[in-house]
Unconditional design. Sequence first.
Length: 306
Amino acid sequence: MTTKTKGLICAIVGTTFWGMSGCAAQFLFSRQPVEPGWLVGVRLLISGVLLLGWSAITTPKQVMTVWHHKRDGLLLIAFALFGMVPSQFSYFMAVKYGNAPTATILQFLGPLFIIIYLAIANWQLPRRIDAISMIIALFGTYLLVTKGQFTSLQLAPPAIFWGVMAGVGQALYTLIPIRLLKTFDAKIVTGWAMLIGSVAFLPHLVTTPLPKLPVIGWAGVFFVATVGTMFAYLLYLQSLKYLKPSTTGMLSSFEPFTATVLSVVLLHTAFGLPEALGGVMILATAFLQALAVNGLPIWLKRSAKS
């Protein structure tokens, strides 16, 4: 097996796990007595502990290095509270009020918000490809939330709000830790951010009784917290060792594809042609950005220089 094939398998399986996690969350919210805040807290706590535990085994001397300098520690806390928590919570809220396919697709609006932020921060107009990407993404979003009925919204307003916030959260999740990821292992940064982020949900976890779930319900919680988070993330990181970032970025489209197929087949979620077309348009912006400059997304190339 070639290294490229290994990379492709890791990227596809990892992003597929993320998509399966969204479908599992929809099942828990719609058919089990599970609330988003509780699930996010459990997910962050378990995944944070597991990632740091994994790092302690593989690179024990590096686990605490991020805390050696105050500036790095403060940036890590900021990433946890303003990047990790909003990204996770808004996504699950979007799933609860809408469904996994639309929540996952709207999360891919992240590059759109990064383009807007960088244009404001650098005091310059977006490049032509950026402007085209924005127009396509906005029209795709319009199709997604109206389902082709252009005179009225067909998606619940809370689902739209939290879906857009998931995109904002994804942008923050990408921008805030750039300097940390240049210096420290990504598993360690993400593990600490998840663990710190879980602290925000501890009061809710402590005061909320454990939900009375059947075996399949607990299996869903376990899947979201482990396979759909830690293993998905580790596989995605592994793929970056063998593939260009542009390739792994485009393969991330397997996440919404998986979430859509599983939600339609297993949960009987209504997802018609207009929503599918809108989703394709939003995802197309990621492809445009990935092919724009030397194999790297424009927004990633710029942010890496900032």
